[in-house]
Design a protein around this ligand. Structure first.
Ligand code: ATP
Ligand code: MG
Length: 633
């Protein structure tokens, strides 16, 4: 499935456009099917209807587990690093993971779970989270993982939307110095959720919890029961390629969360293929993705993608800054990580601690680096490249979305020449187009527009749970016959793609269209700036003015001078037109728990409309909003 040269990439790409069914059939043949498909693809973007590998039967967990057992059963599947570095790490081989998944699948069955049920998983980043996810897939239940930091209200909304009947959780979770009382948060959520019949609780923190008779059971007790019943195996449920595999609610940076639905066959093929190809994964390599399984990145590139490829994956319970800002680098050294996949927000935050933290470290194991989540600013790209990659690791800047299931536009490590800030070129099978506001396709290079995809790929969403019309209007109605990503993008003279941010993040200053990411990039170049968020606000003369929220903890001297320096920096890099009209220094930005800036809140503050900021419960730290409100200019 891997292309080994740029020519091979170009050949694969041409085939994928000219004969997509033949191309994907070739890729799909690398997986284990109980029965192969009758038809590769059936689609229209009108309804939309997207069906891949119709008629095929499979179980994704046989691809993640069973098929590795014979030859690679003793290969490490998961290396788990706990939050507290003094606690021992854990290793699970493919054999052990298989056993544990089968056991827990039987636990689920004993507790009434059946194929098609929706099961909510609200857990810390422990191996049992991966086990729970795979156990659901084993029996054909649809998992809905809710990141282990969301509030009771957010969980309740998601459980109600999906009508889940079981919750899998833990007594508590550890993140840095914080202990999150998961079970108690679930108890609060369940007051509103009569559909839940069982709660399975893993022991992690030994926090006292209230266990409700008949409803709440302990994970460990249930596993013991299965052991004494003596049925260690759990045959994998036979699934149709288009049966639902999971629901994942988007993070909500652009409004009410949507239950994005992915199905078994296409998602498996797409995540396995993109993982293998983009990272050029070689057997034996140690891969470390710093995301949480609660996000799509963790679903596709900690759980399913790497496991289908028999990879060894590091799973980390904690946060990059605990017990200090060297933690990720400790992990890289400890497990001799070869591939490190992280997010620009983490890179920028670690950069701000200075070079002492990375000096003298042994990064020699690293071969490939990856980035995801938002456009990576050039300064962060170079720091990642030089300080971490030692100038020898290709940076795979993967552009994709919850809705796309897997990487869409991304370099292939060591094959695609990279450019700082660019996601580079579409992977085989992905047909991006740029359109103007009227939906007219913009041809040629050196252009920018709204990023759409004009042909289906196996990993794309099929619907939004319980509301197909919402899926249609959100993604397929803006432009006829196109999937609309919501992202702005430029295609440079070489045909390389650079994501400029959400299209609602484009400013129109005196008739000039300026991407907020572009301005942020320039501001972040200033030596004392850690990060920034740029928002447009109504301006009498310019139409829109530029409002910058800037995190600048180490500035010395006169803030007024720093402000002017930042203005100068922006003027130098983009032009005077992009100079911020207002710069507010803040200690932090309002971020979703996946690290995305919640721009709708900043927009309201910039517009001076702070009466109703909408739902802020999904924020990592709601307190920063109060501070920003108080200091608004
Ligand atoms: P919501 O859809 O609820 O607002 P979200 O879009 O933040 O949430 P995700 O699906 O996790 O949730 O994020 C996808 C978005 O992240 C993309 O649309 C894009 O804006 C941004 N993104 C992801 N990876 C990259 C990247 N490598 N370069 C630029 N932007 C990226
Ligand atoms: Mg989105």
């Amino acid at each position: 499935m891997q292309v080994k040269s740029f020519e091979e990439y170009q050949q694969a790409y041409s085939l994928s456009v000219e004969q997509p069914e033949q191309f994907w059939e070739g890729i799909a043949n690398n997986f284990l099917w109980k029965k192969k498909w009758d038809k590769v693809l059936d689609w229209n973007f009108k309804e939309p209807k997207i069906k891949w590998f119709e008629g095929a039967k499979l179980n994704i967990t046989e691809n993640c587990l069973d098929r590795h057992l014979e030859k690679n059963g003793d290969t490490t599947a998961i290396i788990w690093e706990p939050n507290d570095p003094t606690e021992h790490h854990r290793i699970l081989t493919y054999k052990q993971l298989h056993t544990k998944v089968c056991q827990f699948a039987n636990v689920l069955k004993n507790n009434g779970a059946k194929k098609g049920d929706r099961i909510c998983i609200y857990m810390p980043m422990v191996p049992e989270l991966a086990i729970a996810v795979l156990a659901c897939a084993r029996i054909g239940a649809i998992h809905s993982v809710v990141f282990g930091g969301f509030s009771a209200q957010s969980i309740a909304d998601r459980i109600k939307d999906a009508e889940c009947n079981i919750v899998i959780t833990a007594d508590g979770g550890l993140r840095g110095t914080k202990e999150v009382p998961l079970k108690s948060i679930i108890d609060d959520a369940l007051v509103q959720c009569p559909s839940i019949k069982k709660v399975i609780v893993l022991t992690r923190t030994r926090t006292p919890v209230s266990m409700i008779k008949g409803r709440d059971v302990w994970w460990e007790d249930e596993v013991k029961k299965v052991e004494t019943q003596g049925n260690p195996d759990c045959p994998a449920e036979e699934m149709d390629a288009e049966d639902m595999l999971f629901i994942l609610y988007t993070s909500g940076s652009t409004g009410k969360p949507k239950g994005v639905v992915h199905t078994c066959g296409g998602y498996m093929v797409y995540t396995g293929y993109t993982f293998s190809n983009a990272f050029q994964y070689q057997p034996g390599e140690v891969y470390f993705c710093t995301a949480d399984i609660g996000w799509i990145t963790g679903h596709s590139y900690i759980a399913y993608g790497p496991l289908t490829q028999g990879a060894t994956s590091v799973m980390f319970e904690g946060i990059p800054t605990f017990p200090n800002a060297g933690r990720l680098w400790d992990i890289v050294e400890k497990f001799k990580v070869n591939i490190l996949y992280t997010a620009p927000t983490a890179i920028r935050s670690l950069m701000s601690f200075g070079d002492d933290v990375v000096k003298g470290r042994d990064f020699s194991s690293l071969k490939k680096l990856g980035s995801v989540g938002e456009p990576i600013n050039e300064e962060a790209w170079h720091w990642f490249d030089e300080k971490i990659g030692q100038g020898k690791c290709p940076i795979v800047d993967t552009w994709w979305q919850t809705e796309t299931g897997g990487f869409m536009i991304s370099p292939i490590a060591g094959v695609t020449p990279t450019k700082p800030g660019y996601a580079t070129l579409p992977l085989p099978g992905v047909q991006p187009v740029l359109v103007d506001e009227n939906g007219k396709v913009i041809e040629g290079n050196g252009v920018s527009g709204n990023l759409c995809i004009k042909f289906p790929w196996p990993g794309m969403l099929r619907t939004t749970y319980g509301d197909h019309e919402r899926c249609r209007t959100t993604y397929f109605a803006t432009y006829e016959n196109l999937y609309f990503t919501g992202d702005g993008c430029l295609r440079d003279e070489d045909g390389y793609y650079r994501i400029t941010g959400r299209v609602d993040d484009v400013l129109n200053v005196s008739g000039h269209r300026i991407g907020t990411a572009e301005v942020e990039n320039a501001i972040n170049m200033h030596s004392t700036v850690v990060e920034s968020a740029v928002i447009g606000y109504p301006h009498d003369i310019k139409g829109q003015g530029v409002y910058a929220f800037v995190v600048c903890p180490n500035q010395h001297g006169d803030p007024e001078l720093t402000r002017k320096d930042i203005m100068m920096t922006v003027a130098r890099i983009i032009g005077a037109i992009a100079k911020p009209d207002k710069i507010q220094f803040v200690t932090g930005l309002p971020k979703t728990r996946s690290g995305k800036i919640m721009r709708r809140i900043l927009r309201k503050i910039a517009e001076g409309d702070i009466s109703n900021l909408g739902d802020t419960s999904t924020l990592l730290d709601p307190a920063v909003v109060e501070e920003i409100k108080a200091g608004a200019l």
